[in-house]
Design a protein around this ligand. Sequence first.
Ligand SMILES: [Zn+2]
Length: 300
Amino acid sequence: MPEGNEIHRWAERHAAAFAGKAVRVDGPQGRFTDSDMLDGRKLLRVMAVGKHLGYDFGRDRILHVHLGLQGDFKEGTGPLPPVRGALRLRMWNAARVKLPAVDGTSPRHRWYSEDDGKATLPAEKVAWVELRGPMDCTVYTNAQWEKLLERLGPDPLNGDKPDRAFAKIAKSKKPVAALLMEQDVFAGVGNIYRAELLFRARQNPFTPGREVAPAVLKQMWKEMRPLMQAGMVDRRIVTTLPKDRPHPRGPVLSEETHYVYRRHGQPCRICGRDIKKMENFAGRNLYWCPHCQADTTENV
Ligand SMILES: [Zn+2]
């Protein structure tokens, strides 16, 4: 599932490509029937909070997109491509789709750790975007958007203050690894950042929220923004420090991007012991090093 870094990246790119102009919108396969409410209107801005996108068309009309597990955008230049696959929505600039396609592509991603973003098209050249497989793509009123914001926790990429999240964690008996996945605690953190933030803080994932040291919460919050911002550049999430990589200099190889995420059975970069995996912990697989992230609160 795309994490906050990618959602904010789409918001920036789509704002650069379309905001301030009239935008054409359709749902060519009848899967988005509200396109008439937006088609031909000026897109005022594109907002991102947590894993939610809001395309503000004014007049109480905000296109809400949540990509979920399967959703993704495809972007391109030149004429609109033929309608293919499970296409939910298209958005395009009427003048730009009359121009010939230019060099550069914006391919669909593979695993985030493998995508180095080098083939990315400059946002201002984008003529159209296609949306496939989202969990939600509906037109919200301003009140509905506000209601969504109310139930989301602070988003590190929006310059929010962490206090509400810290207070929730400090009161909770739930394991900290479960709390990190809850969007009303921190908005935008997903499975990769959860595993990697906990490792970088050497925090045991199973410690109840209320037993996590405040200094650890502060450290994780402090690291969220820069790590997620770095992941906005090219969709690639790199959480390792240069000194902990086999090749500390030069480009980060795909196998060097993470400490624990999807590294189960491989040696920990710090202690050399096996990284563990637990299936479906708060909805997604959890990865951690039982030695570096030992439970120091009790002997289990
Ligand atoms: Zn270790």
